[in-house]
Each structure stands twice: as structure tokens, then as C-alpha cells.
Design a binder for this molecule. Structure first.
Ligand code: ATP
Length: 960
């Protein structure tokens, strides 16, 4: 690792040897430099210490570092997949305080997301991702979009989840399409964005991503027709040449091995040359395969257009002729663009001029150079329109309904500051945009902060920050500036040489400290001292580029095309706006004026948002991992004004909230401590007081503010228990209209707020639980009552049924018993009568005493029951058995000697009962001849059997 740092000790990195010692020294300190998450903690904050800290972190594979309000992102130049895992995104999203986690672009992403949620003005957020070409801006923007796709998609229903997923996928799919058509391989970056873009991620009330909109800036369209020797055209041209199928090649006239002059370095294969990915993404964005094929056919046509070359004409009156090998190209071009071949060639060769009152048309053959310019212009015109159309298609696919989103997070990915050996209008525009953004940054964090301190009555030691207003005045100021002078040249349409333009600029703007001139330069040029360093711009071709003239014949020609795509790109009803009219007084729309207008529009949007800054730094220009070139990084740190930011952010009050918002958000902290201000507590003091004057409002807010601020020491104490050093009163200052505080104070306040909210939530939960419990209790009691009523009703009904049934059975039983008794007595009577007839000494002839007659009656009536009980009384033996029988037969117990109970076998039960003295009835255990003796009214397991074995025998009295 250190070896690599030392590896640059020779040449430009002359500090290599010292660095090694310094690095070791730092690593030996209590807090090693690579562990310092925030550059504001480096002591003292100087360029050198900041640089060393960044270096130590880079070498320790730590690529993100805070610098106060800015995040510094070092390009790892190697894949670090674990840094961008969805799990990590979720971790930052779920963290109670993401700023406590390691610095990351996800911290910025989460911060913006929470700001949107908090609804503190300005609610809309923007993230300005800046840095040199190849520093990692596009990578960062892409990763942030993926982050939002993960965190801003937690819809409740499955259906809305699917919709959100589709939208996110479309938004992510816009990246490969835009990169294929707008990125190219340059000397500094294999995948360099050749346009600026502002992506607006639209969120609904629930902070879910419902759509997006893309605004592009200044596409480098000259690249279609002109590429530097080691650079390439836009990726899409290589993709179609390498990825087309055999049939497509035939269709698009792109034979294998064909050479195109606008397709330099085709042998270099990049990972960006993935045609299938682009096609797939286009399909997802709603660009169907026929339309895609149409697009690729037109692009193939442009490649053939590049091969159209003209020979110089010796006769000015004659148009330049085509080179031999170019004739075929024109034919192919005409067929691919569905244009008539002859008018196409004629438009490239001959210029038409309208002059005079009648607008007479003159035809003038162009020189070879002019023919080439017209050819290039045709390619640029088609490509620029195609790019704009694609952006509009992407927007229509990803943009949400205007009423479906309420807030947005803007991602600005603009080309970084550029300084090449040969700089022209493109670099001037790019650096102008960077100056504007730097000014926005300076205004937001440096100047605005300091001026605000003064206005609010804060004492503050000013840092000599770098203000680039003078540079901006030089570029865009009024009435005279570089832009106005170049525009004037275009408007006057007078022939002017590069040298003349240089002189005009130098003389008109001589007083500007930001204008320099290198007298040694032979080429006409001027130098602008930008905030990031001086840049030399060559004046040759500047005016022409600014005019970006589009010959009206070209537009008219393209309007004649039968190609469906070109018909859309060049509608016939469109009035050729490029057509200059001699009477027209409208200002000429130059490249610079169009760019300036779109830049102002962008800054207007940015001014309405809370900005966040990510500064991408390229550790080396070779794109090598683990190589940190001090001087290259140093120039980038200086260029982005990072050190001043660090000073201000570390020592100042980076958080500023208006009194109103402060009271609204933290008013509930007054619950923690008894407050002194009179009047009832209202978290929103504005309610019902909208008609109050600002002064009266302020007077009302003051006591509330003081109450809140009084809670701070206790909150700080609570936040750091047992550490009196840290429990110092939080750093907060109450200005005239705003409250100023540090990050740590904000943290303390937020923690207190969360505590109060938790208490409130507990209170609400308690109340709710009590209410719910009471309600449940009431419901339970009601249920018990209902159940008891139903049960008692059911029981009553059941008993009633049983009762009825019992009555029926009882009656039946009684009937049956009577009947049995009757039958039995009748039978006995019959038998008796028979015997009486047979034996003269019948019972009637010997009247029995009354007691005996009663006994006999009882025996006759109850003998079955007596037998049953005697047999059923299990285990009843001897005398007890007799007692039972006596009881059942109601025999007089006083004279047991008058009768006897006999059992034949002890186990078999009662066999007979005999009345001894009378001895007239004898029970035998024999089969009864009686017809009804074996009828049992209730046959059951308990019923007594054996009746049918009873035989009544009648003997003579006194003889057994
Ligand atoms: N975080 C990262 N992890 C891994 N590689 C990265 C990372 N950031 C950037 N790179 C590498 O650096 C290259 C350049 O990054 P990128 O295209 O984002 O730069 P840029 O600032 O957008 O450049 P330009 O202004 O030219 O478009 C990427 O192609 C990628 O290989």
C-alpha cells in the first residue's frame, strides 16, 4: 500500500518520501487518520491535513468522508460490491441516526428522504453531484437512484407495490438508454457523460416514488461527426455495429468488417458496448422493437453519412463532386433515411440563399469545406433531435401524473470542470455551468451563512472564502461579457476572424481580474481564471459554434423523409425556426443563450430546494485502484472550495431554522419541563393567528422559544449522563428570525422530541388500552348474560320435556301395573276358583281372620316387588334380607313367627315365602304356568328375572 504511494515519489509527486513518514506518523497517533470520518475533525483544517486524511482513508479502502455539509467521494477505480448492497441500503434507511453510521452516499440519500418526510421547508431536496470527468458522478447518481428505489418503495398493498416496482424499474432502465446515446469513451473516462442531467424523483404524500422526470443539458452533439483521435463516438454506434444480428446487418447495411470514418477505435471493446442491455431497457421504457429498429436504421444511416466525402471543385460555379467510394454511401444513406437520393446530395452540395424584398432564391454551390460542414450539420441535427425525442419518450414513460406527486428529490449530475490543451465553446459552457454551481454552493454554505449571521446578530469570524462572482460577471455579466460579445458576433452576422474576436474580448473586458492573456500563444485565445484554475479558450470557430447554424434546406430535406421516425422528428408543419428572416427582430438563439436559459431554469429549481453536495474526487487520472496522486487530488480539493466549507461547517452553525418552524417542531419539548410562558400550550402557534403582524407573531413566539431553549441543558445532560464535559449547554444561538445550531444540538433536540413523542404515544396507547379493556369487559359481561339466559332457557325446556316424558312413562307404568295386578289376581282367582270347585274345603268356606286376609292381600299385591328387592339387595343376607322383604310386603314385624321366608339356595335369592301357621301359599322355583308372569314392564339389566319361575301352589291350610 505504502509502496504504491511511494511509487509516485518521482515526477509530479515529489512528496512521496515525506508522505510515507507522515502517513506512518499519523497512523501511530491515538486516532489514526483513516478513522476520522469527518474532515472537520482534522486538526488544524488545512489543505495538507485534509489531503493526508483522505489519502489514509483511500489506502484503507474507505472511500467516503464527510466534510461538514459535503460528502467527499473518492473513486475506488475497482469494484466494491459490498458498498452498494441492498442490505446496506436498508441498514442506512432503518438506522435511527444514519449520520452516526460510516459516511456514505446512502447517508445523504437517507437525509434527503427524511427531510422530505419531516416537511420542514424547503421540503424539496436536491443533491448536486459534482467533480471532474471520471470522478464518479454518474456512478454516484446511479447508486442513489437504486437507493431510492429500495427505500422509497414500501407501499402497503401488493398492487401498489407492483406499480411502484414497475416505475422504479423504468427509472433505472432510463440509465442504460441515456448512457448508450449520451455517453462516450473519452481520454479521461471510458464512460463519460456527454450531457448534463437533472433527474427529478417524484414522491407522493407517503414518500413513495411515483415517477421521475429527466432534464438534459448541452449534449455534445459535435461528437457524432467529430471525435478526437483516441476517443470514440457515442456508445450506441458501437453497440449496433457489434451487436446486430445477421439480418439486422443486412437491413441496416452494416456488413461485418465495414469501416466508418465516424466510428474510430472500434477494436476497443468496453463493458458499455452491450447492445442487448440497451434494447431490453428500451423495451421496458415502451420503445417497441419496430421503433427500436427504426432508430438503429437511422443511426446506421448516420454512419454511412460520415463516409460521404467530397472532392474539391476547381470551378466555383460547379458543385463539389462526390469521391468515388462515397457514391455508394449516399445511396445507402438515402435508402436508410428514406430520402430521395438526388435532393439529398444536392442539399449537401448547394446552398440556397433568399434575398431581396421578394425573397428571391439563389443557389450557390458550396466549397468542399462547406459541404463537409453541411454533412456534419445534418448528422448533428438528426442525432440531437433523436436524443431529445428519446428523453421525451423516457419522460413520458417514467413521469408521474402532476397531481400524483407532491415533493421531489433532484439529482444533478453535471459534467465536471474541464481544462484541455485545446478548449472551445463546449468547455466554456461546461465551465460556466460549474462556476454557476460553485456559486450556488458558495451562496448556500458560505456567503449566505455568514451574511445571515450578521443579519441575525451573530458574532462570527469571517473566513476569506472564494467568491466567484467576478468570474461569472466576466462570462455572463451585463451589458458586456464574453457571452454577450460572442452572441453579438452571431447577431451581427459579420465576418470576423478569431484574432478580431480575441481583441474585442480583451479590450471590452480588460478591467476584469479574471481575464488573462498569454502573449506567447500564437493562436488567438483568451484565458479565464476560473475558481478551479485558469483555462485557455481558443477563439477560432467560437462564433460559428455559437451560431450552430442549421441550413434551412437541411430541415426541409428531412421533412420530406418517408421514414416514420424522421417524420416524427421533423414534422412538416414545423416552421423552420432556423430560417432567418430579414425582417425578423427576434434575437438569434445561440448555443450560449440557450444554455444560459436552461442553466438559469435549473438554478431556480435548485434555489427552491435544500441542497446537498457530493464532491467526487478522482484519485488519479489513469483510473488505477489504490493509487492516490497528491497533486491531482489537491487541485480538485482547491477547485471545489472544500477547505473553506470545512472551516465554516466545523466552527459555525450549519443548522438554521426559522422561529416558527423551530417552535412547531420542538414546541412539544415544553412538556418535559414546566414552562413559564402564559397561555395554553399549542404546538402550532400560527393556528388562528394568520392575520397577525410579523412583529406580533414574533413577540408571541419568543416566550415559547425561550421555554424550549431552557429545556436544552437538561436534554444535553440526559443525552450524556455521567460525562459533565460533554454535558455543556448545547451550541445554539437564537437570532432575530432564526435559531442557529450545530449538528450536535440538533441531535439533542431530536432525541428530546423523540422522547416526548414516545411519552405521548405511550399515553395514547394507555388510554386506548384502557378504553379497549373496558369495552371488552362490557362485551364479556353482555356475552355471559346472554349465555346464561340461553342456557337456563335450554335447561328449562329440557326439564320440561323430561317431565312430560316422565309423566307419560309413569302413567303407562301405572296402567301396566294395574293391568298386571288385575290380570294376576284374575288368574289367581281363576285358579282358586278351579281349586275351590275341585276341593270342597275352599278358602271361602274357611274364613280367615282379618289380619291374615290383609297379609295375604299385601303379599298378593307386593310380592313381585318384595322379590325384586330381596334379590336386588346385593350382599344383603340373613335377617337384613328378611327385613327388606318384610318392609316391602309390609309384613307385621311384631310376629315374625307367623310366617317364614325360605331360600332354596343362598345365592339364588328368595325361593319362597311361607306363612307358616296358615301354610296355604307356597312359592316354588319352577316354571310358572301363568301367562303374564314373565312380562316385565321395564326390561333392563337391573330388572329382576325369575318371575316366570314362580309357581304358586295351593295346599291345604296348615299343610305345606
Ligand atoms: N463507487 C465506485 N465504485 C467502483 N467504481 C467506480 C465508482 N465510482 C466510479 N467508478 C469507476 O469510475 C468510472 C468513472 O465514473 P463515472 O462515469 O461515474 O464518472 P463521471 O464523473 O460521471 O464522469 P463524466 O463526467 O465523464 O461522465 C466508472 O466507469 C467506474 O468504473
Amino acid at each position: 500500500m505504502l509502496q504504491q504511494v511511494n511509487g509516485h515519489s518521482s515526477g509530479p509527486n515529489a512528496h512521496g518520501g515525506e508522505l510515507r513518514e507522515d502517513l506512518q506518523e499519523f497512523l501511530g497517533q491515538d486516532a489514526p487518520l483513516h478513522l476520522l470520518d469527518d474532515l472537520t475533525k482534522v486538526n488544524p483544517v488545512t489543505l495538507e491535513t485534509v489531503l493526508r486524511c483522505l489519502q489514509a482513508r483511500y489506502m484503507a479502502d474507505t472511500f467516503y468522508t464527510n466534510a461538514g455539509c459535503t460528502l467527499v467521494a473518492l473513486n475506488p477505480f475497482k469494484p466494491v460490491p459490498q458498498l452498494y448492497l441492498p442490505e446496506l441500503m436498508k441498514e442506512y434507511h432503518a438506522a435511527p441516526q444514519p449520520q452516526k453510521l460510516k459516511p456514505h452516499i446512502f447517508t445523504v440519500g437517507e437525509q434527503t428522504y427524511r427531510n422530505v418526510k419531516s416537511l420542514i421547508e424547503p421540503v424539496n431536496q436536491s443533491i448536486v453531484v459534482s467533480g471532474e470527468s471520471g470522478a464518479g458522478k454518474t456512478w454516484t447518481s446511479r447508486s442513489l437512484m437504486k437507493f431510492y428505489a429500495v427505500v422509497a418503495a414500501s407501499p402497503t398493498s401488493w398492487e401498489s407495490h407492483k406499480i411502484a416496482e414497475r416505475i422504479e424499474q423504468r427509472i433505472l432502465n432510463s440509465n442504460p438508454v441515456m448512457e448508450a446515446f449520451g455517453n462516450a469513451c473519452t481520454l479521461r473516462n471510458n464512460n463519460s457523460s456527454r450531457f448534463g442531467k437533472f433527474i427529478q424523483l417524484q414522491l407522493n404524500r407517503a414518500q413513495q416514488m411515483t415517477g421521475a422526470a429527466v432534464q438534459t443539458y448541452l449534449l455534445e452533439k459535435t461528437r457524432v461527426a467529430c471525435q478526437a483521435s483516441s476517443e470514440r463516438n457515442f456508445h450506441i454506434f458501437y453497440q449496433i455495429c457489434k451487436g446486430a444480428s445477421v439480418e439486422e446487418r443486412l437491413q441496416w447495411h452494416l456488413p461485418e468488417g465495414a469501416t466508418f470514418s465516424w466510428l474510430p477505435n472500434p477494436e476497443r471493446t468496453l463493458e458499455e458496448d452491450c447492445f442487448e442491455v440497451t434494447r431490453e431497457a428500451m423495451l421496458h421504457l415502451g420503445i417497441d422493437t419496430p421503433t427500436q429498429n427504426n432508430i438503429f436504421k437511422v443511426l446506421a444511416g448516420l454512419l454511412h453519412l460520415g463516409n460521404v466525402r467530397f472532392a474539391d471543385s476547381s470551378d466555383e460555379a460547379q458543385p463539389c463532386q462526390l469521391m468515388d467510394d462515397a457514391k455508394c454511401s449516399v445511396r445507402t444513406l438515402a435508402s436508410l433515411l428514406c430520402l430521395p437520393e438526388d435532393p439529398l446530395l444536392e442539399t449537401l452540395q448547394i446552398r440556397t440563399i433568399r434575398a431581396g424584398r421578394q425573397q428571391q432564391v439563389f443557389r450557390k454551390p458550396c466549397s468542399q469545406a462547406e459541404c463537409d460542414t453541411r454533412r456534419d450539420c445534418l448528422a448533428k441535427l438528426v442525432y440531437a433531435r433523436l436524443f431529445d425525442w428519446l428523453v421525451s419518450v423516457i419522460n413520458s414513460s417514467i413521469c408521474a401524473e402532476p397531481n400524483s406527486w407532491t415533493t421531489f428529490i433532484g439529482l444533478l449530475d453535471v459534467y465536471g470542470f474541464e481544462s484541455f490543451p485545446d478548449n472551445s465553446l463546449e468547455q466554456l459552457c461546461i465551465n460556466y455551468a460549474n462556476e454557476k454551481l460553485q456559486q450556488h454552493f458558495v451562496a448556500h454554505y458560505l456567503r449566505a451563512q455568514q451574511e445571515e449571521y450578521t443579519v441575525e446578530g451573530l458574532e462570527w469570524s469571517f473566513v476569506n472564502y472564494q467568491d466567484n462572482q467576478t468570474c461569472l460577471d466576466l462570462i455572463e455579466g451585463s451589458p458586456i461579457s464574453i457571452c454577450s460579445l460572442i452572441n453579438e458576433e452571431c447577431r451581427l452576422n459579420r465576418p470576423s476572424s478569431a484574432a478580431q474576436l480575441q481583441t474585442r474580448i480583451e479590450s471590452a473586458l480588460a478591467g476584469s481580474p479574471c481575464l488573462g492573456h498569454n502573449k506567447l500563444s500564437r493562436e488567438p485565445s483568451f484565458i479565464v481564471v476560473h475558481y478551479a484554475g485558469p483555462v485557455r479558450y481558443y477563439t477560432a470557430g467560437l462564433v460559428e459554434k455559437n451560431k450552430d447554424p442549421i441550413p434551412p434546406e437541411l430541415t426541409r430535406l428531412l421533412q420530406q423523409s418517408q421514414d416514420p421516425l424522421l417524420k416524427v422528428l421533423f414534422p412538416t408543419e414545423e416552421k423552420s425556426q432556423e430560417e432567418p428572416s430579414s425582417q425578423s427582430r427576434t434575437p438569434v438563439l445561440t448555443v450560449v443563450s440557450k444554455f444560459k436559459a436552461s442553466l438559469e431554469q435549473l438554478l431556480q429549481v435548485l434555489h427552491g430546494t435544500t441542497p446537498h453536495y457530493i464532491r467526487c474526487i478522482k484519485p488519479n487520472s489513469q483510473g488505477q485502484a489504490q493509487t492516490f496522486l497528491l497533486e491531482e487530488v489537491l487541485s480538485q480539493l482547491e477547485a471545489c472550495g472544500l477547505v473553506e466549507t470545512i472551516h465554516i461547517s466545523a466552527a459555525g452553525f450549519p443548522i438554521r431554522v426559522s422561529h416558527q418552524n423551530f417552535v412547531e417542531r420542538y414546541g412539544l419539548l415544553r412538556r418535559l419541563h414546566p414552562h413559564t410562558s402564559p397561555g395554553p400550550y399549542s404546538p402550532f402557534p400560527d393556528e388562528g393567528h394568520s392575520g397577525w403582524s410579523p412583529h406580533a407573531k414574533e413577540a408571541m413566539l419568543q416566550p415559547l422559544l425561550q421555554d424550549i431553549l431552557h429545556t436544552l441543558p437538561a436534554l444535553t445532560q440526559a443525552a450524556t449522563p455521567g460525562d459533565p464535559a460533554e454535558a455543556m449547554p448545547a451550541s445554539v444561538h437564537c437570532g432575530k428570525t432564526k435559531v442557529f445550531m450545530t449538528d450536535s444540538t440538533l441531535e439533542v433536540l431530536e432525541r428530546g422530541r423523540a422522547q416526548v413523542l414516545e411519552q405521548c404515544a405511550r399515553c395514547i396507547q394507555g388510554g386506548w388500552r384502557r378504553y379497549r379493556h373496558r369495552k371488552q369487559e362490557r362485551q364479556r359481561q353482555a356475552a355471559v348474560l346472554i349465555q346464561a339466559a340461553i342456557r337456563s332457557w335450554l335447561t328449562r325446556r329440557h326439564i320440561q320435556r323430561l317431565h312430560t316424558a316422565a309423566t307419560v312413562i309413569k302413567r303407562a307404568w301405572q296402567k301396566w301395573r294395574i293391568r298386571m295386578a288385575f290380570l294376576a289376581s284374575k288368574e289367581l282367582d281363576d285358579v282358586e276358583e278351579k281349586h275351590l270347585f275341585q276341593a270342597p274345603c275352599s278358602l271361602s268356606s274357611f274364613p280367615l281372620p282379618q289380619a291374615q286376609t290383609r297379609l295375604l292381600g299385601a303379599i298378593i299385591r307386593l310380592w313381585p316387588l318384595g322379590l325384586v328387592l330381596a334379590n336386588a339387595a346385593m350382599g344383603v343376607r340373613g335377617f337384613q334380607r328378611k327385613l327388606v322383604v318384610w318392609a316391602c310386603l309390609q309384613l307385621p314385624t311384631s310376629s315374625p313367627s307367623s310366617y317364614t321366608i325360605q331360600t332354596i339356595q343362598e345365592q339364588a335369592g328368595v325361593a319362597s315365602i311361607r306363612a307358616l301357621p296358615q301354610g296355604s301359599i307356597k312359592f316354588h322355583c319352577r316354571k310358572s304356568p301363568l301367562r303374564y308372569a314373565d312380562i316385565c314392564p321395564e326390561p333392563s339389566s337391573y330388572s329382576v328375572t325369575g318371575f316366570n319361575q314362580i309357581l304358586l301352589e295351593r295346599h291345604r291350610l296348615g299343610h305345606v
